[in-house]
Design a protein. Structure first.
Length: 407
């Protein structure tokens, strides 16, 4: 997508990213601030953990299901109104849980929060694509991912800490109301949030449905899906697997997982720096994904000292995280002008879908005594994702001549 001649100066990037990143932080934060409440809610509402898990499943499922249709609306009507409405709906839904009279109200409000959350990816990427020049888009995408990961990391400890000094109802009310200044900030500074460029001839080029079902976009979706399946396997089961295989103490295995997550989060910034300085995105993605897969194999097949395990896991996370921002830039470059919302909405829905597919079959492998297969299979999923990524890059280059010029 071409940049406009009056592209914002670098100093303005920080303001844009603060607005977009704070909303993205909240979307991830709200998702993971609910599970620590399950113990309290089980007694409060006299329901099972499975029933309580349905609240988080609803929030994630609605988010995944609505991202693509919301993306169509973002492309047609502009991203800013949807971003404001989405963040506001998330915040008010979480705050309203403080007054929930029963379990059914928690489910309804979780569903509404998911509706608000579905706006974030389509609107954010459409605004970043229109507000940040191509020469700095890698770092912008990296900060976007980084703030979301921080939201995931902050959710559980913040709500747990608040429960030590207050009840769950005032805690949720406070956390929900925190979103209101974010909404006001986006409204106040909305003039610096530019929508993506539109094609000169809006009837030219593929229709939205044809674009989403095109070979490069489906392959990008496959890459996101397989990567998410591998990542979920590592996050959900690495502590259990390391204990089963090598008798690794829980504290050491937990430290290894923490190292992996910290490496993956920090790696997004490394990938953003690289993406703005080189066009060899595919080679970078392939090399680092193979490094991550190899390190996972080592963790699953080779016993190692307790001090070394967190370092290897951290290196695997760093390699994998560093490959993610160039992936996003490659996807952006494959999208015709004016189509960012629907494509990013559709492709990124592969992330929650991959997270939903993985836990049951991998948990079953552990149940039947095949824990040794988990990390090698996660590595295999990463390698398989590269076939999608390579095909997507090749197909996108072949299709690029049909892209419609932007205004």
């Amino acid at each position: 997508m071409s940049s406009s001649p009056d592209a914002p100066p670098p100093a303005q990037d920080a303001r844009i990213l603060a607005l977009i990143g704070t909303g993205h932080f909240l979307s991830h934060f709200y998702m993971l601030c609910l599970p620590p409440l399950f113990l309290v809610w089980r007694d409060e509402f006299d329901v099972s953990f499975a029933a309580l898990g349905l609240a988080v499943a609803l929030m994630s499922g609605v988010t995944a299901a609505l991202q693509t249709p919301v993306g169509f609306l973002v492309d047609k009507h502009g991203a800013r109104p949807f971003l404001v409405g989405g963040v506001l709906l998330m915040a008010l839904s979480i705050a309203a849980m403080a007054f929930a009279p029963g379990y059914w109200a928690i489910l309804l409000l979780a569903l509404l929060s998911g509706v608000g959350n579905s706006v974030i990816h389509p609107a954010d990427y459409a605004i970043l694509g229109g507000s940040i020049p191509p020469s700095r888009i890698g770092r912008a995408f990296a900060m976007h991912t980084f703030t979301g990961n921080l939201g995931f990391a902050a959710g559980p400890p913040v709500i747990a800490g608040m429960l030590l000094v207050m009840g769950w109802r005032p805690a949720l009310l406070i956390l929900g109301l925190v979103g209101l200044p974010v909404v006001l900030g986006i409204l106040w500074q909305s003039r610096i949030l530019r929508d993506q460029a539109k094609p000169k001839d809006r009837k030219a080029g593929p229709t939205g449905r044809e674009l989403l079902l095109s070979r490069p976009i489906l392959l990008f979706f496959g890459f996101f899906l397989l990567s998410a399946m591998a990542g979920t396997a590592i996050q959900a089961f690495s502590i259990t697997v390391l204990g089963e295989l090598w008798g690794t103490p829980v504290a050491v295995a937990s430290l290894a997982l923490t190292g992996y997550m910290m490496g993956a989060t920090g790696g997004t910034l490394v990938g953003g720096w690289f993406a703005d300085r080189s066009k060899k995105h595919l080679a970078f993605i392939v090399a680092l994904t193979l490094v991550a897969a190899a390190l996972l194999l080592v963790m699953g097949l080779v016993p190692m000292p307790d001090w070394l395990l967190p370092l290897v896991a951290g290196a695997a996370g760093l390699a994998l995280g560093s490959s993610r921002t160039p992936r996003d830039v490659m996807l952006k470059d494959a999208i015709p002008p004016g189509q960012m919302g629907k494509v990013f909405g559709f492709v990124s829905s592969g992330l929650p879908l991959g997270g939903a597919i993985t836990p049951v079959p991998f948990g079953w492998l552990i149940d039947i005594g095949l824990a040794w297969l988990v990390l090698p299979l996660a590595a295999a999923l990463l390698v398989a994702s590269l076939f999608c990524m390579g095909g997507a890059g090749q197909a996108a280059r072949a299709a690029r001549p049909i892209a419609v010029p932007a205004e």
